[in-house]
Design a protein. Structure first.
Length: 122
């Protein structure tokens, strides 16, 4: 049996990192993808000391980090124009849509994309 693939939004990983058991249960036994934007958001957080950043960098290596190929960029442009999304949100949503996997998020503004992306609202 193949594990289900999902894309975790940045806020979901923050809760997971903070030990949220509810998120742990949702992510358990799944192959977790993240957008390269999520990696950038985590590793550029100004509150991290260098050693904390190194720990988070190692932790992120446990996920599949999806990049920005031409297909993702093209769809991101379209969604930003049509739905007036922030750049980071566009890339996160588009990555899930492009990979045809659910996006797990708690951000309510993604609800307007329900026809574009398979959303799992937490």
């Amino acid at each position: 049996m193949t594990a289900e693939r999902v894309l975790a939004d940045t806020n979901i990983l923050i809760h997971h990192l903070n030990g949220d058991k509810r998120i742990e249960g949702i992510l358990q036994d799944r192959i977790i993808h993240i957008s390269f934007i999520t990696e950038v958001e985590f590793l550029s957080y100004p509150g991290f000391a260098p050693e904390e950043r190194a720990v988070v960098k190692r932790w992120l290596q446990g996920f599949i980090i999806d990049g920005s190929d031409a297909g993702i960029r093209s769809i991101a442009i379209d969604l930003r124009v049509r739905f007036r999304l922030k750049l980071a949100d566009a890339f996160v949503a588009v990555t899930a849509a492009y990979l045809n996997i659910p996006l797990i998020t708690e951000d309510k503004h993604f609800k307007k994309l329900k026809e574009e992306v398979d959303l799992w609202m937490v």
